[in-house]
Design a binder for this molecule. Sequence first.
Ligand SMILES: CC(=O)SCCNC(=O)CCNC(=O)[C@H](O)C(C)(C)COP(=O)(O)OP(=O)(O)OC[C@H]1O[C@@H](n2cnc3c(N)ncnc32)[C@H](O)[C@@H]1OP(=O)(O)O
Length: 446
Amino acid sequence: MADPNESYSETNSAEKYAEKYRVQQFPAVADREDPAYSRCAAWVQAVSHGFHQHRRDDDYIAKTLRAYRTDHRELTGVYINGEVPEHAVGPEVPVATYATMRKSLNIGFGRQLESNLVTAVTVRGTHRRKGLLRGMITADLAGAKDDGLAMAALTASEGSIYGRFGFGVATFERSIKVDTGPRFRLRGLATGTVEVADPAVLLDVAPQVFDHVQRATPGSVDRQEYYRLLASGAIGHDGKPDTGVRSALHYDASGTPDGYVSYRFKGWDAKPYTMEIVDLVAGTNAAYLDLWRFLGSIDLIDQVTWAEAPVDDPLTWALEDPRCIDSSDVRDMLWLRILDVPAALSARRYPVAGKLVMEVSDTLGMAGGIWALESDGGAAAAVTEASGREPDLCMDVADLASIYLGAVSPVTLTAAGRMSEGKPGAAFAAQQLFAVERPAHCLTHF
Ligand SMILES: CC(=O)SCCNC(=O)CCNC(=O)[C@H](O)C(C)(C)COP(=O)(O)OP(=O)(O)OC[C@H]1O[C@@H](n2cnc3c(N)ncnc32)[C@H](O)[C@@H]1OP(=O)(O)O
């Protein structure tokens, strides 16, 4: 990794504040006897503060750091140099936090690209807008590129923060409420079996089932340890075991689990009576529909809600009455940042034959240039440096990230004035080149 202090001091605002702050980067430590544990514990408290959550107790911190350790998270903290005012939070608590872990991203047709996942970005309100985020993120992206990674990814708290750092929205999600009353009927018949299971089995089964999704779904990001804990009820959003979580498994014809749903009853005070999906992971089309058949059949329940539903959802087309779905809050989900354009383009498979010369601009100066992409419509694609050639399509690196998984159309980005065509029809050609085999969707928040 690049030295965070070095890149940090390269930015103007950082130079100004270099004397006031110091940046430390360290791995997550889970052993309470380790002298570095308390630094990690203070870091977790700072993240909770940054996201307006409760102060964390020792148990929560221990569980969190165990999960972080499993994911090999690297933590960054920015600390005040010297004294803090009397009674203020101590200098051992960072004023800014940032973390990374490395996981696979499915980039279409089963191909996986190791990516730098950015998470837990916070800057204490009393130190905001002094360039602390800019310092941390530019150092980290440069370090990830130096390590040979072509891609960084994050999920954003606000849509206005990360475009300036070259991130573009690459997948979407929506919230749905599904009326499971008498009009809920799916076309066709169940092909597998669904059975209720002890949620604890998901500690083992959830990662196995998710692996099917990871291999089959463009846009999917391999999951962090937290998810199997969440799905099994071992940890709720407050860090305590969630005894309200229930689960059901879907079995294929051979009796192997290939899907699961974790869900929670919202209580007799919440009308209409509602089952809330905690996690729904289906490795096959059949598992997905059968799990919905099961959810639609739960007695005494009027509706099922899911906050992480796909936008292009087979459920809509499987329902005899698609208006059973009340959909809201369609929103950006996965943001990508291409660190190395030729490496990212070469990693992809393109479903049609074609040639495209792309000019990519990058205000951070990391990944700009002109490249020619030539695909034979099969497994092979050549990406060559093409400085001096007339580009067919010009774009910012954030827009290339948006079209990379096929979920955003270059035709739309051209209409929006974000891309420009040097050759008429180039945006449509790019749309066909960047298409993937099924709609991109990411079930992993991080
Ligand atoms: C991947 C994740 O973890 S997403 C979670 C992000 N964190 C949060 O939302 C928690 C609450 N917010 C915060 O902690 C902070 O306000 C942060 C992290 C969003 C920004 O940190 P800061 O140190 O204030 O940002 P910094 O000073 O480096 O600003 C860099 C640039 O981004 C801009 N910027 C920063 N935050 C925002 C924002 N919320 N909306 C719009 N622009 C922003 C700044 O104006 C600045 O622009 P410029 O360089 O063109 O002048």
